[in-house]
Write a protein that binds this ligand. Structure first.
Ligand SMILES: NC(=O)c1ccc[n+]([C@@H]2O[C@H](COP(=O)([O-])OP(=O)(O)OC[C@H]3O[C@@H](n4cnc5c(N)ncnc54)[C@H](O)[C@@H]3O)[C@@H](O)[C@H]2O)c1
Length: 439
């Protein structure tokens, strides 16, 4: 099948590469020439495990192409996926201007039947808006269908998630669109992956509801961790006991400095807006966002407290800048928030991240932010170590070496990668999240 994927970001590039891997002929379009050039040369412009290998293999087999020529890509395709960005506006609503722009381009290139599919996360009703724009602007007599196929992949394991999803949601209202999308997903369908076929609006809603629920679970466990800190309980024991209840489940019960990334913060804000627009006050999601903002600030306070109430003139070593491990994405990253706040409060931040250093440097343009290429170099002469992202190399770090390099053995472990008891035995002043047992 011939497919066009518009947008070569995390979602678009992975979707295009995986559909090519399934044996389809896929053209992925982006308006950024450098991105297209990098992908065409087999060099993904962002870090995503496994993407490069699959990309190179499909480029070689001439099933996958990258281009800026959106018109030809659309004309040649039976199915057009929209995977452009849908960032938040200042008021929390969703900026769908790229979606509208692409819908107009599709209309002028519609020369035969096509299925237009929104893979981007879009507010309820957007796919109908795309349909209306195409209907108004297309040549007379050409038919098409629209569908919603929200994406649930996670950065850092995007290829695996696309190939082995928990479920595929397809919102489509014509038999042809359903048949074509079923055919496209056949390799996954044959593996007994659950498929949810529904109407378009429901499919759009499902994506926001899932992300809002996940965000709520994180905010919940973060608040429980805060309580554990006060009463001296261990959040890991609490979370394990909670997770063993099948109705709750063990995932997303890890406390930290708040959720970040390109999806949960933006999608929770959008969920509140979507509800507001229909006159509904979605209180739980509002509280989830508020708790998350407080949690980031609480992480900063934890660092300030262990520095005896003042970080002015202090040098803080920071491990981790991406919003989670195995990605270079720093969008809404709590680690970046913490770095900025510490600098604001007068500290110097020496930072290391295995993948996100370059992105962080362009985001935190400050002489008191010192990026370094070696995780141990940032410790030399620093007043404390803060772990903000749980890359596995931090788990396996040489603890004695950490102690030897720091000015004072102080570790603020915002991701609970170490055992408090061990750290204390080794002579550290240690703060975790919800497991900083009393001195
Ligand atoms: N990143 C994730 O983990 C994830 C997961 C599920 C869903 N989503 C959703 O998928 C969508 C895309 O997210 P992303 O993280 O891949 O975004 P991204 O910002 O990484 O990529 C979007 C790409 O679209 C391109 N683009 C924008 N307008 C264009 C146009 N008119 N023509 C051609 N290209 C254009 C941009 O240049 C950019 O490369 C969003 O709606 C997001 O909410 C993201």
């Amino acid at each position: 099948m011939r497919i066009a994927v518009i947008g070569a970001g995390y979602v678009g590039a992975v979707t295009a590469t995986c559909f090519a891997e399934f044996g389809n002929e896929v053209v992925c379009v982006d308006k950024m020439e450098e991105k297209v050039k990098a992908f065409s040369q087999g060099e993904p412009p962002f870090f995503e495990p496994g993407l490069k290998e699959l990309l190179v293999s499909n480029l070689k087999q001439k099933r996958l192409f990258f281009t800026t020529d959106i018109d030809t890509a659309i004309r040649d395709a039976l199915v057009v996926f929209l995977a452009v960005g849908t960032p938040p506006r200042g008021d929390g609503s969703t900026d769908i201007s790229s979606i509208i722009e692409v819908a107009k381009i599709i209309a002028r290139n519609l020369d035969g039947y096509k299925v237009i599919v929104t893979k981007s996360t879009v507010p309820v009703g957007t796919t109908y808006l795309i349909r209306d724009i195409i209907e108004e602007n297309k040549k007379i007599g050409v038919s098409f269908d629209v569908a919603s196929n929200p994406e649930f992949l996670r950065e850092g394991s995007a290829i695996y998630d696309f190939m082995h999803p928990d479920r595929v949601v397809i919102g489509a209202e014509s038999d042809s669109a359903i048949a074509i999308l079923k055919d496209l997903y056949r390799p996954i369908y044959l593996r007994d992956t659950p498929f949810v076929f529904t109407d378009i609006k429901t499919a759009e809603l499902i994506k926001y509801v899932c992300n809002s629920f996940l965000a709520m679970k994180i905010s919940f466990i973060n608040e429980v961790a805060n309580i554990c800190d006060i009463v001296g309980s261990d959040i890991h024991v609490v979370a394990r006991a909670m997770g063993l209840d099948n109705r709750i489940g063990p995932k997303f019960l890890h406390p930290g400095p708040g959720f970040g990334g390109s999806c949960l913060p933006k999608d929770t804000l959008a969920m509140v807006k979507i509800a507001e627009n229909i006159g509904y006050d979605f209180k739980l999601v509002k509280a989830t966002i508020e708790v998350n903002n407080l949690q980031k600030e609480r992480a900063v306070s934890k660092i300030v407290e262990v520095m005896e109430g003042d970080v002015r003139g202090k040098v803080i070593a920071l491990w981790g800048l991406s919003f989670k491990p195995n990605t270079d994405d720093i969008r809404e990253s709590p680690a970046v928030y913490i770095a900025k706040r510490l600098i604001e409060l007068g500290a110097v931040v020496k930072a290391y991240d295995p993948a996100a250093l370059e992105n962080a440097v362009s985001e935190i343009d400050n002489p008191n932010f010192i990026p370094m290429e070696d995780m141990y170099d940032v410790l030399k002469g620093s007043d404390c170590l803060v772990i903000a992202t749980e890359w596995s190399q931090f788990r396996n770090a040489d603890i004695e070496r950490i102690k030897g390099l720091l000015k004072k053995p102080i570790v603020v472990d915002l991701r609970n990668v170490y055992e408090p008891e061990n750290m204390k035995k080794m002579g550290f002043i240690y703060r975790g999240m919800g497991r900083s047992l009393k001195e």
